[in-house]
Design a protein around this ligand. Structure first.
Ligand code: KG4
Ligand code: ZN
Length: 333
């Protein structure tokens, strides 16, 4: 089945053409990051307007790169939620129009479900598996028993992991979103330089909390202010903060592996690009003798190709969506 998929839940307008939920023929991502960086975060109204400008050229580019046109397609998929309502509406309405005009089945997909299955585009994973989804808006642990069969084992009780990275980056004076910059600077830092807290590490749950960690970085900076962007302590602070996040993510994932009895682990979402997290998760998988799947960075970050994996399955099952389906700003898996 040849599918066109559209993603517009936050600040990336993306379209992809994927065959059989496996082979990516094209994946185009138009990022708005530079526009939002000026404001220190995503401005929803600006995001919607940018999606509107980008969506048609992005779809055309995805089709052209794949060497296909509408008569070749067997379906259209789009992110239905969760995300910014106005942003979601652009991709979803476009998908509805394209599906209606070309008499193609439409399927609305949960954005998190896309992240869960992104690694299938590189190497299929057998069910059941444990999935850690860490992005700008989510920090969740799921046991995945099949398409549409998810059990939430843990989640953040306040900030998401990516949100914590971006807020700490802001405290350090980095432009939005600063997660990747913390990762880059941390390479030259000492992770043991500052002992930041590991929130909820020993509470016996699989939940996360990152807001106290962000406050601990703020308190540290108030006590020992930075002299400027060239301050020699920056790499140490980045490495120490990153180590605290990774310690918590790894410990909670390890606990969830035990609780769920899973022997396969998927780590996904934008924060799964983090080099220290990738290294620590590889170490955990080695120590426990389990199979680890972390998509390559372009598939960890927001993209449309990942949506085609569950969409292909749902359409194969005849589970197409009504054209009247609405965007869902909040939509737990
Ligand atoms: O999945 P994603 O692209 O969008 C959402 O669905 O939220 O994730 C974006 C998040 C941002 O918070 C960004 O700072 C973070 O992923 N991120 C990173 C790295 N690359 C992206 N965080 C830490 N280290 C990185 N290398
Ligand atoms: Zn995402």
């Amino acid at each position: 089945m040849l599918l066109l998929a559209l993603e517009s839940s936050c600040d990336e307008t993306a379209a992809a053409v994927v065959r059989d939920g496996r082979t990516v023929l094209s994946s185009v991502v138009a990022s708005q990051i530079a526009v939002h960086a000026e404001y220190g975060g995503v401005v929803p109204e600006i995001a919607s307007r940018r999606h509107l400008e980008a969506v048609v050229p992005v779809v055309e580019q995805a089709l052209r790169q794949a060497g296909v046109w509408f008569p070749d397609l067997q379906g259209v998929a789009a992110t239905q939620g969760p995300g910014l309502a106005g942003a979601l509406l652009v991709g979803l309405s476009t998908a509805k129009a394209l599906a209606f005009a070309n008499r193609l089945p439409l399927v609305g997909v949960n954005h998190i479900e896309g992240h869960l299955f992104a690694s299938f585009l590189e190497r299929p994973v057998e069910f059941p598996f444990l999935a850690l989804v860490v992005s700008g808006g989510h920090s969740h642990l799921y046991r995945v028993d099949g398409f549409g069969r998810y059990l939430t084992l843990g989640q953040t009780i306040d900030d998401a992991a990516g949100e914590a990275f971006d807020k700490v980056a802001k405290l350090l004076g980095f432009p939005y979103p600063g997660g990747a910059l913390i990762d880059r600077l941390a390479v030259d830092g000492n992770p043991a330089a500052v002992r930041f807290p590991r929130p909820l590490l020993h509470d016996g749950s699989c939940n996360f909390s990152f807001s106290g960690l962000k406050t601990a970085v703020l308190t540290h900076l108030q006590k020992y202010p930075l002299s400027g962007p060239e301050d020699q302590r920056l790499p140490d602070i980045c490495a120490s903060f990153q180590a605290a996040v990774c310690d918590v993510l790894v410990a909670k994932t390890s606990a969830a592996l035990t609780d769920s009895g899973c022997s396969r682990l998927v780590v996904a979402g934008g924060v799964a690009c983090n080099s220290a997290l990738r290294r620590e998760m590889a170490r955990l998988a080695d120590a426990r003798g389990i199979e680890l799947h972390i998509p390559s960075p372009p598939l960890c970050a927001d993209n449309a190709a990942m949506l085609a994996v569950p969409a292909d399955y749902y359409l194969e099952q005849g589970m197409e969506s009504e054209l009247g389906l609405d965007a869902l700003a909040v939509w737990p898996l």
